[in-house]
Design a protein around this ligand. Structure first.
Ligand code: DAH
Length: 366
């Protein structure tokens, strides 16, 4: 009995004297661990006479519980002390700037695609798409390029090796093939539904390819195609629509002029120029004594309608094609087209756009 009291006093003193958690744990293991003093006594209970065990057992148990409790109390106190010390020694300077989180940005081409889509969406246009790898039929023939016509060469086409049937696929040189695919789908839908041909009003943004490279040309570039087909749309609509588009896009009144031109898939065809002036090194778009070509357009050629099975005596409309990279350079003052595709992080940070507050088809431009 005396023994137990001695042990209790000794271990309690050691617990009280432990200066940190490590020291406390050494005390705990020495008394209560598997081979600790108290545990060894517990083991001796088995070899005791029953009366002795009856008397000794509960006391030993009580000692064990008390010591366990004492360790716990001390540990809580030491931990609180440790926390106090940490709080006193560590300070957080809340005025320091936070570590910046690297943020992506919208590429100017994507931005201009989004702006263009928003403007045309407000005028009731839908988005249409087509494949980058095209056939000669969609890229040229159906668009009324005569066989062996020099216009085919002017496009600096990237051809693939010939297929087994001798035909060669190609990387589309413009987004105009989407006109053909869209009209074919509309004709098919009219056939399937038994209804008359639905009006078409689409824009087709996408990548285009030509074997060409200098400060204003890259082998891959971007265009937006536009197409309207119904029974009544005329050249006046074409002019109004494109005039409205450039003014919305450049966010100011823009003077435009239409110059006669030739494209195989439109008749009459025109190029649209916008007015600008040079002030020092700067180009100011809107008014001025100079003209800059910005897009091609025209009334859809009857042969194009015939190629997809639409009667040109009943249906008519206009089409246009605009180089998007060029628009982005003009609007955002970017001097070299090749930088668009150099994947230079600094350039992207400088010319890129915040992903927040993007115009979209639901909201239009704010
Ligand atoms: N596809 C022409 C090109 O890339 C641009 C173009 C001109 C498209 C007139 C049109 C159009 O739809 O009507 O050079």
């Amino acid at each position: 009995m005396q023994d137990l009291q001695n042990i209790q006093a000794k271990v309690q003193a050691a617990i009280d004297g432990a200066i940190d958690l490590e020291a406390l744990d050494i005390v705990r293991v020495a008394a209560l661990g598997k081979k600790g003093e108290v545990s060894l006594l517990m083991r001796q209970l088995g070899s005791m006479a029953p009366e002795q065990r009856k008397e000794f057992g509960p006391k030993l148990n009580a000692l064990k519980n008390e010591l366990n409790q004492a360790v716990l109390t001390k540990r809580t106190a030491l931990e609180a002390e440790l926390l106090e010390q940490k709080l006193a020694s560590e300070t957080i300077d809340v005025s320091l700037p936070a570590t910046p989180i690297p943020k992506g940005s919208i590429h100017p081409v994507s931005q201009v695609f989004a702006e263009t889509a928003a403007i045309f969406a407000d005028m009731g246009f839908e988005i249409a798409t087509g494949p980058d790898i095209e056939t000669d039929f969609y890229n040229f023939t159906a668009l009324n390029f005569p066989p062996k016509h020099p216009a085919r060469d002017m496009h600096d086409t990237f051809f693939f090796n010939a297929d087994e049937d001798g035909t060669r696929k190609l990387l589309r040189t413009h987004t105009s093939p989407v006109q053909i695919r869209t009209l074919q789908a509309a004709v098919q839908m009219a056939k399937d539904s038994g209804k008359e041909l639905a009006d078409t009003r689409i824009i087709a943004p996408g990548r285009t390819y030509r074997c060409d490279s200098d400060q204003t040309h890259t082998p891959m570039f971007h265009q937006v195609e536009g197409l309207v087909i119904d029974k009544t749309t005329h050249m006046g609509h074409l002019k109004g629509c494109l005039q409205d588009f450039v003014s919305a896009f450049f966010e100011r009144e823009i003077e435009v002029r239409f110059r006669p031109h030739h494209f195989p898939f439109t008749e009459p065809s025109a190029e649209m120029d916008i007015g600008y002036e040079r002030v020092g090194n700067e180009i100011r778009i809107g008014q001025g004594d100079k003209w800059m070509e910005i897009l091609g357009c025209g009334m859809v050629h009857p042969n194009v309608l015939t190629a997809v099975g639409i009667d040109p005596d009943i249906y008519q409309g206009f089409a246009f094609g605009v180089g998007i990279d060029r628009l982005a350079m003009l609007k955002y003052g970017i001097p070299d087209l090749r930088d668009f595709f150099a994947c230079d992080q600094n350039w992207l940070q400088h010319y890129g756009f915040s992903p927040i507050n993007q115009p979209n088809l639901a909201t239009g431009l704010s």
